[in-house]
Design a protein around this ligand. Structure first.
Ligand SMILES: Cc1ncc(COP(=O)(O)O)c(C=O)c1O
Length: 419
C-alpha cells in the first residue's frame, strides 16, 4: 500500500515525535509536576507574540474558552453568540456556565459576519458576548466585527483554535478582541496531542482567571500523561502498519482507542452537552508544543503552499472551496471542497492511501452530537447547514508534499467527471 495521508490520523506527528515521547516516558523528571520549564516557555512565546502578560495554559482549548468567558464575567442567564458550523465543545463551554449559545450564520469564508451578528441582535438585544471562530485559519472580517462589538458594547472573544498565527490584514489573529483562545489539539495547526492557551487583555479578567485556575483546574494523573505520550507512538506504528494493509493500521489503533489507552477527542459526555474537567497543561506536552511553535512560520508557509496547489488545480466553479477574502492569510488547516460525488472520490482516494476529513458535516460536530444539548435548532443557520453537505477536507499538514497534493487533485478531477 502507499503511505497513509490523512487529515485525522494524528497528522502532525512524525517518527521523531514518537521517539521523543518514548524518551519522555522513560525519564521520570519530565513527568514531575515540579518541572514546569516548558510550560513557562510556551507562556513566554505567547507573551512575546501577543503583547500581554496575561497568558494561561491548559490541557485543552475548550477549557481555555470556558474559563476565559467566565473570567470576562459571563454567567448564568447570559447569551453568547457563536457560529454554527462548529465543534460541540464550543457551545459546551458556554452552557457549562449556565449561559446560552445563540447561533449566527456564516458566509462563504465559513465565518460569522458583522451582518449576521446584527441579525442575531435583533432577536437577542441582551446579547453579552461574541465568539469569533476563524474557521480553518481564515480570518473573519475583524474591522467590521470589532466596530459592531464596540458600538453594541459586546465582549469579543477570538477562537483561534484553527488559526494559530494566522492574520487579518497582516495583523495577528488573537489581538483584536478582549481575549483569544488557541488549541494544540491533535489535528490543529500544531499538535501536542492536547493543549490550549488563553490570552486576556484586561488585568481584571486576568486576576479572575488566576482565581478560577486555583478553584477549578487540576493536574491530570500521571497515567493520563503516559496516555498522551503514547499517542504519537501508536499513530506512527499505525502508519507503518498501514503500508502492509489498512486493516492492520485500523485494528492497531482501535485496540488503543477501545481500551482508552490513548485520549479521545470528544467524549460521549461532551456530545451530550456536558463539559469535562479542566486540567493544567503537563510539561511533557508543552515541550512538544514548543518544538513546533519554534518552526510555526515554516508550518504555515507549507500549509499555504499546499493549499495553493489544490486551488490551482481544482476549479472553483466545480469544487466551491472555502473563500479566502483578501484580508485573510492563506494558510489553511484543511483545504475544503464541496462536490456531489465526494463518496466516489473518497473511495478512489483510499486506494492511494488518502483519507479526507469531514469538518464539519453537521452544523454542530461531531455527527452524533445531541443538537438539543448544544441548544441548536435545525434550520436556524441555513447557510452553515448547506455547507455541511457534500463536504470534504484535503490535507495540508507538513508531511503532505506538493506531489502528494497534485496526486490528490488529479484523482479528484478524474473521479468527479464520472456520472
Ligand atoms: C472551533 C474550535 N474551537 C475550540 C476547540 C477546542 O479545542 P480543544 O480540542 O483544544 O479543546 C475546537 C476543537 O476542536 C474547535 O474546533
Amino acid at each position: 500500500m502507499p503511505r497513509l495521508l490523512s487529515t485525522d490520523a494524528s497528522p502532525n506527528t512524525t517518527p521523531h515525535d514518537a521517539l521523543r515521547s518514548i524518551v519522555q516516558i522513560l525519564n521520570p523528571w519530565t513527568l514531575s509536576r515540579k518541572n514546569t520549564r516548558h510550560v513557562d516557555e510556551v507562556q513566554r512565546f505567547f507573551v512575546e507574540s501577543f503583547g500581554t502578560q496575561n497568558v494561561f495554559t491548559f490541557l485543552r482549548g475548550r477549557s481555555a474558552l470556558s474559563l476565559t468567558l467566565e473570567s470576562l464575567g459571563i454567567t448564568s442567564g447570559d447569551e453568547v453568540c457563536i457560529q454554527a458550523f462548529t465543534c460541540v465543545v464550543v457551545p459546551n463551554a458556554i452552557t457549562a456556565l449556565g449561559a446560552t449559545p445563540v447561533y449566527c450564520d456564516v458566509d462563504d469564508s465559513y465565518n460569522l459576519t458583522a451582518d449576521s451578528i446584527h441579525e442575531v441582535l435583533q432577536k437577542h438585544p441582551r446579547l453579552k458576548a461574541v465568539v469569533v471562530q476563524h474557521t480553518f485559519g481564515v480570518a473573519a472580517d475583524m474591522d467590521a466585527i470589532v466596530a459592531l462589538c464596540k458600538e453594541k458594547n459586546l465582549l469579543l472573544i477570538e477562537d483561534c483554535a484553527h488559526a494559530l498565527y494566522s492574520t487579518y490584514n497582516n495583523k495577528l489573529l488573537g489581538t483584536f478582541g478582549d481575549a483569544a483562545i488557541f488549541s494544540f489539539g491533535r489535528d490543529k495547526v500544531i499538535s501536542s496531542v492536547n493543549g490550549g492557551v488563553a490570552v486576556l487583555r484586561s488585568p481584571a479578567a486576568a486576576e479572575k482567571m488566576k482565581m478560577l485556575i486555583q478553584e477549578k483546574v487540576i493536574h491530570i494523573r500521571t497515567a493520563d500523561v503516559y496516555k498522551h505520550l503514547l499517542h504519537p507512538f501508536v499513530f506512527e506504528v499505525g502508519k507503518i502498519l498501514f503500508e502492509f494493509h489498512p486493516a492492520l493500521c485500523n485494528g492497531w489503533i482501535e485496540i488503543f482507542k477501545h481500551t482508552r489507552l490513548i485520549p479521545l477527542v470528544v467524549t460521549e459526555k461532551e456530545k451530550e452537552g456536558a463539559q469535562e474537567v479542566h486540567y493544567h497543561l503537563p510539561n511533557p506536552l508543552a515541550y512538544r508544543a514548543l518544538v513546533q511553535l519554534r518552526s510555526i512560520r515554516t508550518t504555515l508557509a507549507h500549509r499555504a503552499d499546499i493549499s495553493k496547489v489544490y486551488a490551482g488545480l481544482l476549479p472553483i466553479d466545480t469544487f466551491f472551496p472555502q473563500h479566502i477574502p483578501s484580508y485573510a492569510s492563506s494558510s489553511l488547516l484543511r483545504y475544503t471542497i464541496h462536490h456531489e460525488q465526494i463518496p466516489q472520490i473518497e473511495g478512489e482516494l483510499k486506494k492511494h492511501g488518502v483519507y479526507l476529513g469531514h469538518w464539519y458535516d453537521t452544523a454542530i460536530a461531531p455527527k452524533d452530537t445531541s443538537l438539543e444539548g448544544a441548544k441548536y435548532t435545525v434550520g436556524i443557520c441555513p447557510k452553515a447547514e448547506k455547507l455541511t453537505m457534500s463536504i470534504a477536507n484535503l490535507p495540508t499538514h507538513l508531511s503532505i508534499t506538493e506531489d502528494d497534493a497534485r496526486m490528490i487533485a488529479d484523482v479528484i478531477l478524474k473521479n468527479s467527471k464520472k456520472v
